[in-house]
Design a protein around this ligand. Sequence first.
Ligand code: PLP
Length: 454
Amino acid sequence: MLDYKTLVDWDRKYLWHPFTQMKEWMEESPVIIERGEGIYLIDVNGNRYIDGVASMWTNVHGHNRREINDSITTQLNMISHSSLLGYANVPAIQLAKRLVEITPHGLNKVFYSDNGATSVEVALKMACQFWRQNGEPRRKVFLHLDAAYHGDTVGAMSVGGIELFHKTFENLLFETRVSPAPYVYRSETGQDSESVRDSCLHEMESILQTCKGEIAAVIIEPLIQGAGGVIVSPRGFLKGAAELARKYNALLILDEVMTGFGRTGRMWACEHEGVVPDILCTAKGLTAGYLPLAATITTDEVFDAFLGDYGDFRTFFHGHTFTGNQLGCVAALANINLFEETNLIDRIQPTIEHFKDRLKEFYTLDHVGDVRVCGLAAGIELVRDRVSKEEYPAADKVGMRVCREALQHGAILRPLINVIVLMPPLQITITELDQLLEIVYNAIKRITEEHLRS
Ligand SMILES: *Cc1c(COP(=O)(O)O)cnc(C)c1O
């Protein structure tokens, strides 16, 4: 067994971490995870931490869950991977059927890929080719929201709206139309959520009007804009946006990569507002956070536009080497079975109520500006000044410092600049949730009050 010091040396010497300033990283002592157990992550030094963000918003039933482990090892002893290009495999077939059964009515065809970003790339290319083959080749432009996040590949970045992540790559990105995000706390057009919703929808409609016949699809993260800061949409925004897409004959792509698989308290976020998209993307929670697998699920109408004789070349020209990987598919099947066997969606309703209630207490902290919550996802926005809503300068790294403080007390978190994100595994109990909230509350208090003094 390698000792901690050797691992740190090798990490510094050989590894480049994502979204990480490596100069800073190399000056710190990293937590090196060795094991997982339920909602806990355990490092090589034996320290236990609550996984407060479900390992990048993926984990559902806890780590090291026997049912999922067993399904993977059973499959492992048969075969780990064979290609879906030209051949089928058993778990990919079973999972496609299950996904059609558990997604909203009308979504009937499953296209696999490997991660959230690729599931979005697939959706964009599908929409693009759909219109080209369906008599409206002028529909090439995508409409997305400001502050949107759909992944880090070039296509997914193009429909993203986070300046810090996307600006550097501007010259690579294709042209889009951007509609304002319904960010109630920082909206200039209104104070209450209804007026923010209505003004955002109004703006969206005027873009659709201006670009009549040119919008291929409207792409939205339903209910929660995750990486943009856990921005929770006002009630009715999703439904309104879906109606506008329909009215102007654009496809609706819902990116449920984060919101899918129970995060919002329903299996899919779009169920809250009775919306059925033309294309739905799912990844993170699909395998309960065990393996990289994604799916882009669409309607018969979209699928049928790709049918033809070989020589018509209407084939969807897209695929990834590991598309439909067996290990990922059996993990996803075990995940879906666990949802049903443990009645998870019903079981988390009291946890969600408790979470919502307890989070109100965070307003007693002077530097908490906004607390946004939807299902088992929350964003706590820290501000330098509550009255003016003045932000902490990003370089002060207040969010990072709060998370580092929380780490010292047993919780692993990752902020979005000044927003503290809470996204525990859905499996978390109310007692464990209280522990997590107490750690976070105290960490915010300590860091923001210390910041005030310095
Ligand atoms: C995380 C995320 C993605 C990207 O998923 P990856 O697996 O990291 O590529 C896309 N969309 C949303 C809404 C996400 O939260």
